[in-house]
Design a protein around this ligand. Structure first.
Ligand code: ATR
Length: 275
């Protein structure tokens, strides 16, 4: 039996075990994926446990994605730029870290909305950890521009500077939202505004949304946020956050096994678990 797991705190609500166990079963791979509650301060020991116990792969989630990097033997270039690891591959005791969140997001956007990203003008709402991963992956797709708009302008300017090696980037506070969204093809909410239980929050004035947009949200609880509903009402196409979760797991599965992930089965299992 090949061993896998996820390290988090909290971790009991994670849908990763149910999703990845379904993926292994679907692919006829004899493997078990478990959730491990790793408390602050125990992460170094937990990572050494991956080697000691012969785990083939581990996902890392909140709050450990940044700290875990220092315990690995190697960190992939993308994960280094993002500054966070969510997937560890154990190659005969050598632990390599990757970040599949951003590339998972991009794959979801392409597959679910049939979008070509090269040449598109993109607005990122938010400048936190999630924006960093998604912004990096979008920048690598050859977008025409990346406008980062955040409540705290300084963080948007910082993130734009970090990504400017990969795309035409600029950061601004909310006063920059109107001009950026007017000229955009895609607007992505990476903030937590609208996440359960604060389902009435939106990350920007809905009046700025228009029918020329694809509106995308990383939130998947609820599956359709108020931001998406407001965009849809104005004629925009919408893209929800569930696919990002599915495809970050799909990439992890593919890195670990070298086989294509059974994405449809994974999605079905997660949708069932979400009720
Ligand atoms: P994550 O890892 O989920 O991105 P984070 O790094 O704490 O979490 O970043 C949260 C992001 O959501 C930030 O961009 C934050 O804006 P600030 O930098 O100004 O704090 C944004 N955010 C959180 N709640 C928000 C709200 N109610 N309205 C607008 N932006 C919000």
């Amino acid at each position: 039996t090949i061993l896998y797991g996820v390290f988090g705190d909290p971790v009991r609500h994670s849908k990763s075990p149910i999703m990845l166990n379904r993926a292994f079963r679907e692919s006829g791979i004899n493997a078990v994926y478990a959730a491990f509650h790793v408390a602050p301060g125990a992460l170094g020991d937990a990572v050494r446990g991956i080697r000691a116990l012969g785990y083939r792969g581990v996902n890392v989630t909140i709050p450990h994605k940044v700290e875990v990097m220092q315990y690995l033997d190697e960190v992939d270039e993308g994960a280094q730029v993002i500054g966070a690891v969510n997937t560890i591959v154990n190659d005969n005791g050598r632990l390599v870290g990757y970040n599949t969140d951003g590339i998972g997001y991009v794959r979801s956007l392409k597959e679910e909305n049939g979008l070509e990203l090269a040449g598109r003008r993109v607005v990122l709402l938010g400048a936190g950890g999630a924006a960093r991963g998604v912004g990096y992956a979008l920048a690598r797709e050859g977008v025409a521009s990346l406008r980062i708009v955040n409540r705290t302008a300084e963080r948007a300017v910082e993130l734009a500077a970090a990504l400017s090696a990969y795309a035409d980037c600029a950061g601004a506070g909310m006063d920059g939202a109107a001009a950026a969204v007017r000229d955009a093809d895609i607007v992505v909410n990476t903030t937590s505004a609208g996440m359960h239980p604060n389902v009435d929050d939106v990350p920007l004035d809905p009046e700025l949304l228009h029918g020329g947009l694809v509106a995308s949200d990383l939130i998947y609880n609820p599956l359709k946020t108020k931001f998406l509903a407001e965009a849809e009402r104005r004629g925009a196409k919408v893209h929800g956050g569930l696919g990002m979760f599915i495809y970050q797991g799909a990439y992890a599965f593919e890195y670990w096994t070298g086989r294509p992930a059974p994405v449809a089965a994974m999605r079905q299992t997660v949708l069932e678990a979400l009720g």
